[in-house]
Design a protein around this ligand. Sequence first.
Ligand SMILES: [Ca+2]
Ligand SMILES: [Ca+2]
Length: 171
Amino acid sequence: MTKLHVFVVICVAVALQGQVSFQQGDNTFAWSRQKEYYFSSSFKLNWFKAVEYCRDRGMFLLSVRNAEEREAVIDYLASTGYTKTHKGLMAWISANDLGEEGEFYWASTGGRVNYPNWSDTEPNDYKTDECTGEDCAILEYWAEGGANYNYTFNDRACTKEFLFICETLPQ
Ligand SMILES: [Ca+2]
Ligand SMILES: [Ca+2]
């Protein structure tokens, strides 16, 4: 490489760097950090199949790690029109305690569930028979359910079929 070539390469690198830092300061960066969603509004799967369905599309079963992410998914669900035409919503998310009873983790990120967004008395690992507890979580909303089912979490039996929500995870 000649000195001129090196100079040109450095100039291009500096110019690109300037562009990137500019984008980080405006809405472009905020936009790029937003998740995209998919909502199976018309068909239900068990939790395991919902995980596979999302991965097959390059997505992950939903994680809701803080109030901001909860608001974002509520806005998205409103934009689908589903919550205008239905009194409630029950949809799989990726929180589960399959690895160790009572210890919930997001299958999507591998992170611990430390956002306290459970419905009252949940998670309760409710046993429908002697051996089956509840190890997978849904996001639950009922228009007439008051604050108790307000896009909050509830553990359910993983083999039950519910609607589900997938997400992209920004890098
Ligand atoms: Ca459990
Ligand atoms: Ca439960």
